[in-house]
Design a protein around this ligand. Sequence first.
Ligand SMILES: C[S@@+](CC[C@H](N)C(=O)[O-])C[C@H]1O[C@@H](n2cnc3c(N)ncnc32)[C@H](O)[C@@H]1O
Length: 315
Amino acid sequence: MTRNDNDSWDIKTSVGATALFVAAARGLAARQPQALAVDEFAEVFCRAAGDEWAELFTADPERTKQHPLRSADFGSLFQAFQAGRTRYFDDYLRSATEAGVRQVVILAAGLDSRAYRLPWADGTVIYELDRQPVLEFKRAVLDDAGATTTAERHEVAVDLRDDWATALRDNGFDPSLPTAWLVEGLVIYLTPADQGQLFDTLNALSAPGSWLGIEEMATIDSDVFSAMTTPSADPHSYDRGEGARWAGLIYNDRKTQAVQSFTPQGWTGAAIGLVDYLRSHGRTVPGGGAAVGHFDPSLMSLATLRKPTSANARP
Ligand SMILES: C[S@@+](CC[C@H](N)C(=O)[O-])C[C@H]1O[C@@H](n2cnc3c(N)ncnc32)[C@H](O)[C@@H]1O
């Protein structure tokens, strides 16, 4: 699939379907013994979506064992990846809450259910940004399930390549308050220019004491990327030939990582590689931390940054 600056999608097409893909992996990971993270809503979304997503949870497991997300190689690694990043950002948001932050913005929220499942402090307001059809699907499913939020939640239907700052402000966001930003599963779908614009906006809207949690992927080797985006006819390939459909959505251009972008603006923080993070939680990384097929977990990192309060800002 080829991307362009004005492409659009719903929950089952193009970039929108990636929200279902990661939700399915989270739902499957939550069923593992001693799960690193449990997102009980992930399965609810997949059941409601129908098709292959529902089948992963409802069909005879024999029937879905060929699905990439259930394979012993790619599937178990991808599930570990999703469990790891879910746990990392759950903990990140808990830390920001403990530090007193009460305004949270989830960019590209997709089927993120944290506004329904984390124990937020009183007075917390959460803004979820994504494209309208994705937010509509999410709301319909959660309403049907009778789910209730654990904080005040606002949907902001917007394309993050457009003027999302105005849309966010118009929905009540207060730039004078410290914010905890969450950028999970987004920047691989942005061009370097759109990512740069997003980072600039995010910095401009961040009061002192703001936090940023972000997941990133380093640039994939160009030969590997070219192979990834070429459909495989081999039904025994690691992803059963489906990888090209997903890889074609990625902008693999070289991008400046958040730590390098935000540190010169006075923010402090660090990234940890996904593999190191999983090991720090005592997890064995499927594939030993090496690439499985074209998915290389060593390219993935999770970062937390903080903008100093004015009292400890740099001169
Ligand atoms: C892989 S999903 C991640 C969703 C969620 N953050 C998570 O980790 O479960 C990617 C999400 O990014 C959203 N997205 C990507 N590019 C976007 C854009 N330009 N504007 C708004 N949303 C975007 C998609 O709609 C989709 O929900």
